[in-house]
Design a protein around this ligand. Structure first.
Ligand SMILES: O=C(O)CCC(=O)C(=O)O
Ligand SMILES: [Fe+2]
Length: 340
């Protein structure tokens, strides 16, 4: 069992309400310190209201409570590598193979992730088209999900501004110039009940070890727990994140790590056993089901990122060639679905 330790916590109230520039700068710096040291941070008072979050989890449950046939009405087409539509258990696997080693991907995929998920983005994103269940199947779902997407975008814009200021950039809009809101993706995730021993023995995984590929991820989770994050400076050691009610967990993705010349860390994480024993029942220590909602923030597909000016100088030269977001996303998505 991973050691339990809390992530850094940042209170974002001065960004969501009228804080002074100095107050905002102080919080932006706290956020950057957390992203530099851990790559993961809890954010309180982030602007997405507790009521909206309750509704988001209620809709998520309604979606997954539908029959298999109904969920399959929104199935992701097999040949597609876009994260859109319903992905039943067994199709997707979070893997961390960055050098295109197909054999390694296949080996990791022998234990598929034991979760099902529904994915969507902006309806105006013409490169990745949404696949909604028919309105008659789940009336009101698309409407709520769309509003929720744009509400998360409001919070994201503040976070992207805070990251720019915290990195010492003069231009608060620096990241927003690359992000128009249409490149993001929401995953509604349902982790089915599973016996703890099946996870402990490696027969099943809730979500395999991976880093996220985009700029940042905002994660909302229920109170079950199970998210584990690699400990700073201790490769291979994971800490278990205890959920904080109504807070979100923000983490840095690969693109932002690259952009910041490795100053901000895209940390490995996974979903395993909940830290609290009351999450188990019976002799087989059945783990209860869990719901989570990550909001993956990404730029437009034409974005090419190169070292942010404040992250390199003559003593710390840029380590990487410019990175094309479209190419990076294609490589990472195809390993997730086991495509060529
Ligand atoms: O469900 C969680 O807590 C984590 C989800 C996650 O890491 C992901 O979807 O990339
Ligand atoms: Fe993740």
């Amino acid at each position: 069992m991973a050691a339990t330790s809390s992530l850094p916590i940042v209170d974002f109230s001065v960004w969501t309400s009228e804080g002074t520039p100095l107050e905002r700068l102080a919080i932006a710096k706290e956020l950057i310190t957390a992203c530099h040291e851990t790559g993961f941070v809890h954010i309180r008072n982030h602007g997405v209201s507790p009521r909206t979050l309750d509704n988001a989890f209620a809709w998520t449950k309604e979606f997954f409570d539908m029959s298999h046939e109904k969920k399959m009405e929104a199935e992701k087409p097999k040949e597609s590598i876009a994260f859109r539509g319903y992905i039943r258990q067994g199709v997707q696997k979070a893997v961390q193979v960055l050098d295109g080693d197909k054999e390694a991907v296949q080996t990791l995929r022998t234990v598929p992730d034991f979760n099902e998920n529904f994915n969507y983005g902006s309806d105006q994103n013409e490169e990745q088209l949404n696949i909604w269940p028919p309105e008659s199947t789940l009336p009101g779902f698309k409407d709520f999900a769309t509003k929720f997407y744009w509400e998360c975008w409001q919070t994201t814009q503040l976070i992207l501004r805070a990251l720019a200021i915290g990195l010492g950039l003069d231009d608060e809009e620096f990241f927003l110039k690359y992000h128009d809101g249409h490149g993001n993706q929401i995953a509604l995730r349902h982790y089915m009940p599973v016996a703890a021993v099946e996870i402990e023995s490696g027969q099943k995984e809730r979500l395999g070890t991976h880093s996220d590929f985009g700029t940042v991820t905002l994660l909302f989770q229920d109170d079950c727990g199970g998210l584990e994050v690699e400990a700073p400076r201790e490769p291979g050691k994971f800490i278990s994140v205890t959920p904080i009610e109504n807070a979100l967990v923000m983490n840095v993705g690969d693109l932002l790590q690259h952009w910041s010349n490795d100053y901000l860390k895209s940390t490995l994480h996974r979903v395993r056993l909940p830290p609290l024993q009351d999450r188990y029942s019976g002799e087989t220590r059945m783990m209860r089901q869990r719901y989570s909602i990550p909001y993956f923030v990404a730029p437009g597909s034409d974005a090419i990122v190169e070292c942010i000016l404040t992250c390199c100088d003559e003593n710390t030269p840029a380590k990487y060639a410019p990175l094309s977001w479209a190419e990076w996303m294609r490589m990472r998505s195809s390993t997730a679905f086991g495509a060529e």
